[in-house]
Design a protein around this ligand. Structure first.
Ligand SMILES: Cc1cc2nc3c(=O)[nH]c(=O)nc-3n(C[C@H](O)[C@H](O)[C@H](O)COP(=O)(O)OP(=O)(O)OC[C@H]3O[C@@H](n4cnc5c(N)ncnc54)[C@H](O)[C@@H]3O)c2cc1C
Length: 478
């Protein structure tokens, strides 16, 4: 509970500007992009250094005060939304690229730096930071690591986790754990940085990171291809891997439900093909030999056509056309405007299952709500699909009933209820579809060990009863 003594100590450590309360707290700190209603935190902390993060956590730990870490607040599952009585700890003042090292192809950055700033700093140095997601202008690198973000180039470069060499994090009691390694190989025991990557701010607050940069590709080809069915899409994917090798960077599939919706409801995006029963695949290849790369890509399309993996294809002739293709794929950013409230899913599977999964999920939704939209698309190269459901004319969408249809199907196929967005609070009740009791118990044990007073993002990612002690007692705040 927030007391005057706690507030005084925080103000002494962070200064007046570092601790906001009441009406001084900007409204945006009340929630994230999950659509969950805002909760005003009891205070907003804005530390400007690792030392201040450490001091803030040490004080909150001593007082048993719960803390929600916040980055750019673009998370989709409620992880950065404070719970009642929480202090929000924003990394928005801990920003800046500290160094770009051309010798080691690494970049050292503070956690609150927007992803787009990191991408630009790499570009200015003639290199490439491969992580890219639609919220790049607002999300922060700390939030990207805390959620182990995925996005558009996982196929080639991996998830956020795969792009990190070193990390600095502050534990719930204020201990600073700094392993800002720049080396690729380091097998000196447990890789501790991985504890903080993808654990949604429940085990520590990430303050700095060393990320890997890659050579900047000098050529890029984008095409939208039409495939007759999902078996052909898989054939196309495997051929693309074989023919384009490491050059293949995106393989994004739009099922007819999604693509035809864009054609009919968002014609201003100018999708290249008319509506139809086929699947549409946006393929991106990037390389270092512009002429040969284009030739190789054309040859790949010819072979795919001959093998029946595609029936038509349009290759972007300009940067502008490539952007237009991607705008079709990213039409999701228009859903709220066109549809109003939606229920969205971010589920993943082994990619040979995706055809059946999509068919089953869309059929289950339609069987219950015949007029519903059930729109499927996603990163098929990574086995990850997004399903968007909207029941027209219904003001309050039955989110729980829809989730109760989709997650059991996910569990049946042995899939994951979260391919890239995390668990937060939105998906807590469904965690057991993807993680068994022993896994959940081990995650609880880790949480208890690192955060025995349960002050850091309590009730996020893991159900509170999973954080209960060995004798079953709950870890309540004092
Ligand atoms: C338009 C749009 C497109 C998106 N596309 C994608 C996509 O393609 N792929 C994808 O993976 N996600 C996507 N997202 C989701 C979101 O952008 C990511 O989850 C992103 O990584 C969150 O970063 P953030 O800085 O906004 O974090 P926040 O939303 O502020 O926080 C997310 C979680 O991380 C914790 N956290 C934040 N900063 C820290 C820190 N420094 N230390 C410890 N914990 C911290 C929070 O407590 C919370 O649990 C998209 C979101 C939007 C709105």
């Amino acid at each position: 509970m927030m007391t005057d003594a706690l507030l005084r100590e925080l103000r002494t450590a962070l200064g007046e500007q570092g601790v906001l309360t009441g009406n001084d707290i900007p409204a945006r700190h009340g929630t994230d992009w999950s659509g969950l209603p805002p909760v005003v935190p009891v205070a907003l902390l804005r530390p400007t250094s690792t030392e201040e993060v450490s001091a803030a956590l040490r004080i909150c730990h001593a007082h048993g005060q719960s803390v929600t870490p916040q980055g750019g607040l673009t998370g989709l599952v409620g992880g950065a939304r404070p719970s009642d009585g929480d202090i929000a700890l924003s990394l928005e003042k801990l920003t800046g690229v500290e160094a770009v090292d051309l010798q080691t192809s690494t970049l050292t950055v503070r956690a609150g730096t927007p992803l787009e700033t990191v991408q630009k700093a790499a570009e200015e140095a003639g290199l490439f930071f491969a992580l890219d997601i639609g919220s790049r202008g607002s999300c922060t690198i700390g939030g990207n690591l805390a959620t182990n973000a995925g996005g558009n180039r996982v196929l080639r470069y991996g998830m956020a986790r795969d792009l990190v060499l070193g990390l600095e994090a502050v534990l719930p009691d204020g201990t600073v754990l700094s392993s800002m390694n720049r080396m690729v190989k380091n097998n000196t025991g447990t890789d501790l940085k991985q504890l903080f990557i993808g654990s949604e701010g429940t085990l520590g607050v990430i303050t700095r990171a060393v990320v890997r940069l890659h050579p900047r590709p000098t050529s890029g080809v984008n095409a939208i291809c039409r495939s007759p069915d999902f078996a052909a899409v898989l054939g196309l994917l495997n051929l693309a891997r074989e023919a384009l090798g490491g050059g293949l960077s995106s393989f994004e599939t739009m099922w007819p439900s999604f693509y035809n919706f864009v054609v009919e409801r968002l014609p201003e995006l100018r999708p290249p093909f008319p509506a139809g029963p086929e699947l549409n695949v946006l393929i991106e290849a990037a390389g270092f030999e512009p002429d040969r790369d284009h030739e190789r890509f054309e040859q790949f399309l010819v072979t795919a056509f001959e093998r029946g993996f595609l029936t038509d294809a349009v290759v972007a002739k300009s940067e502008q056309e490539s952007r237009r293709f991607w705008a079709v794929r990213h039409a999701g950013s228009e859903y709220q405007r066109v549809l109003g409230s939606i229920t969205s899913f971010d589920i993943s599977f082994s990619n040979d299952q995706l055809g059946d999964v999509v068919e089953e999920c869309e059929a289950a939704v339609k069987a219950n709500w015949p007029t519903a939209y059930a729109l499927s698309y996603g990163h098929v190269g990574d086995g990850n699909i997004h399903l968007i459901v909207n029941i027209p004319g219904v003001e309050v969408q039955p989110r729980n009933e829809i989730a109760d249809l989709i997650y059991p199907i996910t569990g049946k196929y042995g899939g994951s209820i979260s391919g890239e967005h995390g668990i937060g609070t939105r998906k807590l009740n469904y965690l057991s579809y993807s993680r068994d009791d022993r896994e959940i118990a081990l995650m609880g044990l880790l949480k208890r060990t690192i955060d025995p007073r349960n002050i850091l993002n309590p009730g996020k990612m893991l159900p509170l009863d999973a954080v209960a002690g060995p004798t079953g007692e709950k870890l309540a705040l004092d």
